[in-house]
Write a protein of this length. Structure first.
Length: 104
């Protein structure tokens, strides 16, 4: 699925689709799930987008926060979470603002 999203250039659906995949991997927490989640996030992060493309940057902040939390890295978690919340608030994206608030 991930390769399809990258190959077809589905920019608007990339972040939400990869978010679902990463959240499922982190929730399952089986052997290999965290490395797969990290690899998936890394590949999404490496995908070419226009600088400042918020539909890419916003999910990346949230995913990085979730991964940091799963690894027990609370300092990085708070940093990514706060940056995610700030960006969502600045953009006025109420759904993301609510998700960021739930992360506190």
């Amino acid at each position: 699925m991930f390769n399809y999203l990258l190959d077809t250039g589905g920019m608007l659906f990339r972040g939400p689709a990869i978010t679902v995949l990463v959240e499922a991997l982190l929730a399952r927490g089986g052997k290999g799930d965290f490395p797969e989640a990290q690899d998936t996030i890394g590949r999404l992060e490496a995908a070419r987008t226009e600088p400042g493309f918020v539909f890419h940057e916003l999910p990346m902040l949230r995913l990085r926060a979730l991964l940091a939390h799963a690894h027990g890295d609370e300092v990085s978690y708070r940093d990514y979470r706060d940056r995610y919340r700030d960006m969502a608030t600045t953009l006025g994206f109420e759904g993301h603002m609510a998700m960021a608030e739930a992360m506190t």
